[in-house]
Design a protein around this ligand. Structure first.
Ligand code: ATP
Length: 235
C-alpha cells in the first residue's frame, strides 16, 4: 500500500533521514520505534507531504506520491493524526471533528455517518461534544485528535506518539482503541517510544536511529531482540 524507497531528507547541511526503506501493506499495523530525535516525525511529515525528500521515492497504492501537497495526500487517503495539543482549543469537540471531515464537506450523509462512528469509538467525545476541546484532559484531547483524523476516512492513518504524557491506564485504553481502528479496516502506521506496548499490538516494526533504519522485522522477533529490550523495553 505504502512504499518508501531509499528516501533521504536534508534540512540544509543536516541529513535527517538517510536511505529509508519502509513498506506497509493494506490492513497492517506497523510501528516505527526510536528515541527522541531519531527521525520518526520527519518520516511522517515526509509521507504527508510537509517535508520534501532530497532523494528517493514514495508510492501509495502503486503510484508515485512524492512531492504531493499535504491536502492532496489527505485526498489520496493518508491522514496524519495531529498531537493533542494541535487541536483548535477554543472550538468545541464536535467543531474540531467536523474540521477533520473538511475534505468530505459536500458528502453530508457520509460526514454524519463518520461522526456517529467516531462517537461510537469514543463515547466520551459524544458526552463532551459541546465542550471546548482545550478544556478536556490530555487523554481525551488525544482521543479527539484521533477522532478528527478518522473523520477524513483515511485508508492509512499515521499516529505520532499517541501515548505520550498519558497515565498508564489511559495508555492501555489508547492502544486497545488503536488496535480496534486497525481491525475495523484502517491501515495504521504508529510512531512510538513505548516499544513494550506498541509491539504487543503491531504486526511489524522498524527501529530508527539517527535518521536510519537499523532493524526491522515482525513484532514478536523485535520484542525478543536483546538490543531492543535493552534500549527500549528496559529488561
Ligand atoms: P521526537 O519524538 O522528539 O519528535 P523524532 O524521532 O520524531 O523525535 P524528528 O522530529 O523526526 O525526531 O527529528 C529528527 C531530527 O531532525 C532531529 O535532529 C531534529 O532536530 C531534526 N529536524 C526535524 N525537523 C527539522 C527542521 N524542520 N529543520 C531542521 N532540523 C529538523
Amino acid at each position: 500500500m505504502l512504499k518508501l524507497s531509499d528516501v533521504s531528507v536534508k534540512f540544509g547541511a543536516f541529513t535527517a533521514l538517510q536511505n529509508i526503506d519502509i513498506e506497509v501493506s493494506e490492513g497492517e499495523l506497523v510501528v516505527l520505534l526510536g528515541a527522541n530525535g531519531a527521525g520518526k516525525s520527519t518520516i511522517f511529515n515526509t509521507i504527508s507531504g510537509l517535508n520534501k525528500p532530497s532523494s528517493g521515492n514514495i508510492q501509495f497504492n502503486g503510484k508515485s506520491v512524492r512531492g504531493n501537497s499535504p491536502d492532496r495526500m489527505v485526498k489520496e487517503g493518508i491522514v496524519q493524526c495531529a498531537e493533542g495539543k494541535k487541536l483548535f482549543a477554543e472550538m468545541s469537540v464536535q467543531e474540531n471533528l467536523m474540521m477533520g471531515g473538511f475534505v468530505h464537506r459536500k458528502q453530508k450523509a457520509q460526514l454524519k455517518q463518520s461522526l456517529a462512528e467516531v462517537y461510537a469509538l469514543f463515547p466520551i467525545l459524544k458526552d463532551k461534544k459541546d465542550d471546548a476541546a482545550g478544556s478536556m484532559s490530555g487523554g481525551q484531547q488525544q482521543m479527539l485528535a484521533i477522532g478528527r483524523a478518522l473523520m477524513a476516512k483515511p485508508k492509512l492513518i499515521m499516529m505520532d506518539e499517541p501515548s505520550i504524557g498519558l497515565a498508564p491506564l489511559i495508555v492501555e485504553q489508547m492502544f486497545s482503541i488503536i488496535q480496534e481502528i486497525n481491525k475495523s479496516g484502517t491501515t495504521v502506521l504508529l510512531a512510538e517510544q513505548n516499544a513494550n506496548a506498541a509491539l504487543k499490538i503491531a504486526d511489524r516494526g522498524y527501529v530508527i536511529e539517527n535518521g536510519a533504519i537499523v532493524l526491522h522485522g515482525n513484532s514478536k522477533a523485535l520484542f525478543h531482540n536483546d538490543a531492543i529490550r535493552k534500549a527500549y523495553i528496559g529488561a
